[in-house]
Design a protein around this ligand. Structure first.
Ligand code: PAF
Length: 298
């Protein structure tokens, strides 16, 4: 496994690996897993899928300052490079790209990528500029790595929708593979930020996955329940935790993230569109997100 810190080094390593694969008549497709490090099993599932589907697997680890707001956790974002590299090696990644901020942003950036509408609600409403920062760094990474397939986790379902839209709008020849949320044994969605939680916060944070499970049961039981009623049920499940401070609970169409009239019955809405129940809730200083995507009935 090669660990590369410069853009030029990454480009020449990937083109060398591609030439080598071609000379052996092997597939030279590049699978790319962009991350901010502090890898967990969710990231490992992305690397695993990339390894199965592609000839060359590139992982990036870069805590992107552009996507953090002024009062967010950029400085304290968890980092453990040595552990990350061991995990990458174990997952049979070919190349790890670990640039520093100077390498990625050597001068003031004057060009940014902005995806409209999809970024206005959910995390976009409470974290202004976050998705411009994400789309810009992801676009830069795509230009640097030049991947055929890219792997993103659905825990950040809004991010998946935004990047998919960017790929489509800008005619990028890249296939986005959206991978399911990985959960701890007790249901908590895996996240690098879970390490911030105190024992009590960790215990109470289970209300998120439990609320989503209850909602799923309600929907699969085909109950005649409206968006407003389901919303209320999820809110009251979450508010059974006295530590939970709700940032948002929203039920929207997915991936278009449009508002659905709250009097619509869930089954009617699902006959037209897939939907997402998306949550962002703070426990102490830690803001957690989770979601459930309800597939459209055909
Ligand atoms: O999902 C993340 O870890 C980040 O938003 C990403 C896609 C690596 C961009 O910095």
């Amino acid at each position: 496994m090669e660990v590369i810190h410069t853009i030029e080094g990454l480009r020449s390593t990937v083109s060398g690996l591609k030439a080598d694969k071609r000379s052996r008549n092997q597939t030279d497709t590049v699978g790319f897993v962009p991350t901010m490090g502090y890898l967990h099993e969710g990231h490992m599932s992305l690397m695993e899928k990339a390894r199965v589907q592609c000839g060359i697997v590139v992982l990036s680890i870069f805590v992107n300052p552009l996507q953090f707001g002024p009062n967010e956790d950029l400085a304290s974002y968890p980092r453990d490079e040595q552990r990350d590299l061991k995990i990458a090696e174990q997952m049979k990644v070919d190349v790890v790209f670990m640039p520093n901020a100077q390498e990625m942003y050597p001068q003031k950036i004057r060009t940014t990528v902005s995806v409209s509408e999809l970024t206005e609600r959910l995390c976009g409403a409470s974290r202004p500029d976050h998705f411009d920062g994400v789309a810009t760094v992801v676009m830069k990474l795509f230009h640097i790595v030049n991947p055929d397939r890219v792997y993103f986790g659905l825990k950040d379902a809004q991010q998946v929708a935004v990047i998919q839209q960017m790929i489509y709008d800008l005619n990028m020849n890249i296939e986005l593979i959206a991978c399911p949320i990985l959960r701890e044994a007790d249901g908590l969605a895996m996240s690098s930020r879970n390490v911030y939680l105190s024992d009590e916060e960790r215990k109470q944070a289970l209300v998120l996955s439990q609320a989503l499970q209850n909602a799923e049961r309600e929907v699969t039981d085909q109950t005649d329940i409206s968006i407003a009623q389901l919303h209320e049920q999820v809110r009251s499940d979450i508010q059974s935790s006295d530590l939970a401070k709700v940032d948002y609970i929203e039920i929207l169409s997915y991936p278009s993230l449009e508002i659905i009239d709250s009097s619509t019955f869930i089954q009617d809405a699902l006959s037209r569109n897939s939907m997402i129940i998306a949550l962002a809730v703070k426990f102490g200083k830690t803001r957690l997100i989770d979601n459930l995507i309800l597939a459209q009935h055909s």
